[in-house]
Write a protein that binds this ligand. Structure first.
Ligand code: HEM
Length: 848
């Protein structure tokens, strides 16, 4: 009874907010979409009509028969599509101030709040004027509670940004699903086991009081911080159990974040640049005790909210409060000190704190633990989840050890290049999972399942949120309709007919590289050259020429910047993942580079658009073809089915990212393997000289090189540029006998499949181009065991481009040079987005 009465008079959440997504005409008044509805909890709790003339008196007896508040809640409208909504609300008979540009009523709200907060009030339970000063003023001015409105700033954005993924902020199906899954954690049976934690935390607090008060003494204590510490301690113990120390640290961080969030919420919101200007003392504190439990409540009594979204932790909170009060009254009596000032705070800090804490706990603990349980039930094995870090430390150690030194020259490169997965398979068998921070990654080794995952591209999506996906939007990262639209518009650029026109660019770029080699290597002599940087420059040059053609010089500068971007992404990958919005040094640098790249690409595109409008013929480069295909689509099906200029820009960036390192990787391992296997180098050269002599190869001829095809396919198999590909389960996924829950990363281990002895025979890691003597389909016998370009609808769009490019380069190299491994070559395959030679590719080049 006492607790309910306290919650009624001093509800921790004085105001609840809802937002109308659609217009609602079901009530007395039609409420348009886009209105924020404020549910004034405190005011309704103090309403004389509902609670009688003694509404503001402390009278626990009203709860003698349980909770049965029975008045109807009324609403105050807070629109935020300003002028239109103002007009509408006035038509409906509501009153309020005229909308003031951008600030709305914010200045007045802040002044009222500051004024109210400046002094305490006499001890009275009539706290509405102090606790909700602005709404109180609005009510006084416009009288009828249900017929007034105020203009706050666009509310909720800072909070929403911070709590975007937690139960409290989810909607519709996603909310029901999460609520259903989380409900058991708050079931009475589970809460029973938390009672010892309540007892211990409260015991700690009372021990501190004993120290302060002494035996049989009497002492003034500001109990508020103690109670706060105690409840935060309860959360640490109950949420994190054995990891409660880390939990405490998190709680402290949460309090700090809460302070910032609330501070930001009170300031004027300038998108992306908000500044906390104002914060009450209490804003710093995390106060779960505000969320007590009322059991069943109706109408005007809803400290925990009401309806399906009623606070999920209400039973927890009531139990906790009961335990604390019981232990305190057992040991202490207490009364107000003369120093006590009655100053109930005005805003619902606790509400923000709770949802924020919930989101964090859900992300860092409940979801990983739930996923772990389900994966283990399915027979997957892996390390136990470690709070926040998961396997991150172990991954760092394993990778560090693997990369610390080169290896013997063998093609059995998995222990070095994909050490984490290799170790996990050794320790836990094929069905294993690894924790990348709080998210598990499951390795899928069955080729049939891999094929299924590739083919269902609308079910298994690419993981989002990693630095690569953040930096490079575009075909390679889009999903569903957007991906389908872009794929359709970009496909023509990679059509065989168009590729033909790119062959001269492949030739020019290789010739430029060979000119550099000619300058290094003496005529008729040999010289050691690290060919790796040369090949990288060459493939980057190819993309500059083929993507931007006439604007090649500008393209080259852009791609140099993108190379920097890749370095920053790689650097980010060495540390625990951090959200992109955090202003870390790396994130800031990335943003700068991205902005520079984008403005330069847009400049080229604009130039091309103007040329097209002036009737100049379109170019045969990727950009020209893309713009042409886009213009055609827009002409036939309207603007909506085409790409915007930003879209085109993103795609140009993706060409570089997807096409440069991959081709360079393929080329470098081909040269290294042909250096090791000089017999195959000789066979390849024989074929080249037989077909072309020393002349420039033509497009059609490149397609008919048999030995070259065998060699290139075998190189792609043994040293596949992507060593792993990844997908993500956004919904529960069923394949084979497995049921993989949503939120799991699926690792498709390309290299492991290519080296699998069951699939390729005991000599799986031997370099044997003759496997491909009769083409890829004969070598694979229809099994999905050769996947250097992926498979299914999202198979590499540039695979023909890459094969042509690499063939052209190899033909010219073989025509002009023979090569072998230098004694200073160190074999060190390293998966850095693509498979790369960690210490370079030092070869002895001999001019022919
Ligand atoms: C040897 C060279 C290359 C290799 C090994 C390679 C490999 C791959 C792989 C494995 C995928 C599928 C990724 C996944 O399913 O998650 C892919 C996609 C893609 N590749 Fe390549 N690639 C190469 C060259 C290129 C080139 C030269 C370009 C363009 C100039 C390119 C553009 C793309 C694009 C745009 C995608 C995304 C396709 C989509 O999602 O629809 N690739 N590549």
């Amino acid at each position: 009874m006492i607790l309910h009465e306290v919650l009624r008079l001093y509800p921790p959440i004085v105001m609840l907010a809802r937002h109308t997504d659609k217009a609602d005409a079901s009530g007395k008044v039609t409420i348009p979409a886009g209105v924020q509805l404020m549910l004034p909890v405190l005011l309704l709790h103090h309403d004389v009509e509902t609670w009688g003339p003694d509404a503001k008196e402390f009278n626990p007896e009203r709860f003698a028969q349980g909770v049965s508040g029975a008045t109807k809640g009324q609403l105050t409208y807070l629109p935020f599509r300003p002028k239109k909504l103002e007009k509408f609300l006035r038509q409906q008979g509501s009153h309020g101030n005229s909308y003031k540009l951008f600030h709305g009523d914010l200045t007045e709200m802040k002044a009222a709040t500051r004024e109210a907060m400046s002094i305490p009030i006499n001890f009275s339970n009539d706290i509405f004027p102090r606790a909700s000063p602005f709404y109180h003023k609005a009510l006084q001015k416009y009288e009828i509670m249900s017929k007034n409105y105020v203009f706050p700033k666009p509310h909720g954005r800072p909070v929403k940004r911070l709590i975007a993924r937690g139960l409290a902020s989810l909607e519709a199906d996603k909310w029901s699903k999460h609520r259903k899954l989380i409900n058991p954690a708050f079931h009475v049976d589970k809460l029973k086991h938390m009672v010892p934690s309540f007892y211990l935390s409260c015991g700690d607090m009372l021990s501190k009081w004993d120290e302060i008060v002494g035996n049989e003494g009497c002492c003034e204590v500001d109990v508020l911080p103690h109670l706060q510490t105690m409840t935060s301690d309860v959360i640490s113990r109950t949420a994190f159990g054995s990891s409660c120390e880390e939990g405490r640290k998190i709680s402290r961080l949460q309090s700090e974040q809460t302070k910032r969030t609330v501070g930001e919420d009170r300031s004027i919101h300038i998108p992306g640049y908000s500044r906390a200007q104002y914060g009450g003392d209490d804003a710093k504190e995390f106060k779960p005790e505000r969320f007590g439990d009322i059991g069943v409540a109706k109408g005007a009594y809803f400290p925990f909210g009401w309806g399906p979204r009623i606070c999920i932790g209400k039973n927890f909170a009531m139990l906790e409060a009961k335990m604390a009060i019981a232990m305190i009254v057992q040991r202490y009596s207490f009364q107000l000190s003369p120093a006590y000032s009655h100053a109930p705070p005005t805003i619902s800090i606790a509400f923000v704190a709770l949802i924020y804490l919930w989101k964090f706990l859900d992300w860092v603990w409940f979801t990983p633990k739930k996923l772990e349980k389900i994966l283990r039930q399915q027979g997957f094995k892996g390390n136990s989840y470690k709070l926040y870090y998961g396997d991150f430390k172990e991954i760092g150690r394993i990778t560090g050890e693997a990369l610390s030194k080169p290896m013997e020259f063998t093609n059995d490169i998995q222990p070095r290049a994909t050490s984490i997965y290799h170790q996990a398979t050794k320790k836990y068998g094929e069905n294993n999972f690894i924790w990348f921070g709080p998210r598990p990654a499951v390795s899928i080794t069955d080729p049939e399942i891999i094929r299924e995952i590739f083919s269902k591209n609308n079910v298994y999506l690419k993981p989002s949120g990693n630095p690569v996906a953040r930096m490079f939007k575009g075909l390679a990262t889009y999903e569903k309709e957007k991906w389908a639209k872009h794929r359709k518009l970009i496909n023509p650029a990679f059509h065989v007919e168009k590729l033909k026109h790119m062959v001269p660019a492949f030739h020019a770029s290789t010739v430029e590289m060979l000119n550099k080699w000619d300058a290094i290597v003496p005529d008729g002599g040999s010289c050691e050259v690290d060919v790796w940087p040369h090949l990288q420059t060459m493939t980057s040059d190819v993309i500059s020429r083929t993507a931007f053609g006439s604007s090649y010089e500008e393209g080259t500068e852009i791609f140099q910047l993108q190379r920097k971007q890749v370095e920053l992404i790689i650097e980010a990958g060495r540390h625990m993942p951090v959200p992109g919005w955090l202003p870390t040094k790396n994130n800031r640098k990335m943003k700068e580079v991205v902005a520079e790249v984008e403005s330069r690409v847009l400049r080229i595109i604009n130039k091309r658009m103007k040329a097209m409008e002036a009737g100049e013929p379109s170019s045969d480069d990727l950009l020209g073809i893309l713009l042409e295909s886009n213009a055609k689509e827009i002409k036939e099906h309207g603007n909506a089915s085409g790409m915007t200029m930003e879209d085109v820009m993103e795609e140009c960036k993706v060409f570089y990212f997807a096409g440069q390192e991959t081709s360079a990787s393929m080329l470098v391992w081909t040269m290294i393997l042909l250096s090791k296997h000089e017999d195959w180098q000789a066979r390849a050269r024989d074929e080249v000289l037989q077909v072309f002599g020393k002349r420039k190869p033509e497009y059609q001829e490149l397609n008919h090189l048999k030995v070259m095809n065998m060699i290139l396919n075998e190189c792609l198999r043994v040293y596949s540029p992507p060593t792993t590909l990844t997908r993500f389960t956004h919904n529960e996924a069923n394949f084979g006998k497995y049921r993989i829950p949503a939120g799991v990363q699926l690792v498709l281990p390309v290299l492991a499949v290519h080296h699998d002895k069951q699939l390729w025979g005991d000599d799986a890691t031997s370099f044997k181009p003759e496997r491909f003597a009769e083409g890829v389909s004969k070598a694979t016998q229809g099994q999905p065991k050769f996947i250097p370009f992926g498979s299914g609808p999202r198979v590499c769009i540039g695979q023909n481009f890459a094969m042509l490019e690499v063939k052209m380069a190899m033909v010219l190299i073989l025509q002009n040079y023979s090569f072998k491994l230098s004694p200073s070559y160190s074999h060190a395959p390293h998966a850095l987005i693509t498979l790369q030679p960690q210490f370079g590719a030092h070869l002895i080049l001999t001019k022919l």
